[in-house]
Write a protein that binds this ligand. Sequence first.
Ligand code: URA
Length: 441
Amino acid sequence: MRMNDLIAKKRDGLELTTEEIRYVVFEYTNGNIPDYQISAFLMAVYFNGMNKRETLDLTMAMRDSGDVLDLSQIDGVKVDKHSTGGVGDKTTLVLAPMVAACGVPVAKMSGRGLGHTGGTIDKLESIDGYQTSISEDVFIKNVNNIKIAVTGQTANLAPADKKIYALRDVTATVDNISLIASSIMSKKLALGADGIVLDVKTGSGAFMKEEKDAISLAQEMVDIGTGAGKDIVAVITDMDQPLGKAVGNSLEVIEAIETLKGKGPDDLMELCYVLGSYMLVLGKKAKNTEEAREMLKDVIETGKALDKFAQLVEAQGGNPEFVYDTGKFKKASIVMEVQSARSGYVEKIHTGDIGEVALILGGGRTTKESIIDLSVGIILHKKVGDKVEKGETIATLYANDPDRLSEAKDRLLSAYDITVTPAKADILVKWIVSKNGAKKY
Ligand code: URA
């Protein structure tokens, strides 16, 4: 087989065989195909798509490119969660400790930033000492001891996805249903949790801008998971504005900590209750989502979820004092308030552009080798539906490089649509997708 023939086949819209897909995945993982050929291949897939069989083959090949973990050494029903990625999406940082505090083991492997969206692993690195790369043994031991571990993808878990993910991030080949579904599901299947809750985002800050595409992506992943014997549900949620108010690595961790204290933004808290409820039901800790929500509220009100986060940080080598004193996070040296040029109501926030502002400030990668600045970002003071006066601060920028400020400010202002007529935010939780299809929430 020759890689250029396979690129040409996909470029011409033809279907690849199982053997051809496995060849691409395994040879790339082993370093026998260069990045430039895979980049071209990904672009061909991006434009011509893959059918369900090809997507399943790609998922299984990426899963089989490395180890498939045996989580049977962890007691209880293990439940995993994954988001398709959004702006300001710090859900895992809140949800994982909440669910673990309710007694469901959370063995979580998270990703780095992708495109205009942030990644949990980058965010966690803003806590002094936190190890985002721990051995499989420590991972399993920690989940057994304290019910929670959140780490980066170990070198040998779906290594093909790890390489392809990094390449997609910088070659404009992220937002494709087959590539996203196979990326997420290869990792979920290699990790071996019993239950999986997927948070599939839709809207201007999501990879799936249209609701119908988000439902197709969700159904594709649910079908792959169900076929592999997993208990799996997908929740379609709004990403037509950033989640919460903070965008940027350490700013998001601080907001997550506030949310664990019960003082976070309403949308983030609500999303954690909805996703957490499904996690507790799949984890067999609650009979139904109503009972689960009560349990989750209790761990927030009693501070048990916050303490669980501190335990997680400490168990992974981080300084748990960061959890109780957020003043310890490294601060950006420049703080700039951005004021509205007119009065009215926020009608829309072009959410992908807010993610781009974070990138401009240095909070994301532009090449595989980029080093990101964890302290930069944005705090949004106005969200969709809010009334704004001319001259009122709509957002604060946190930066370290003065040369990037004016571009960031212009981009931020153009991301806000302000109109004279009152506007309303879209609903947060839209659809639940299971093996029986999609149902309105
Ligand atoms: N999250 C992933 O792990 N992969 C994607 O492709 C998108 C979001």
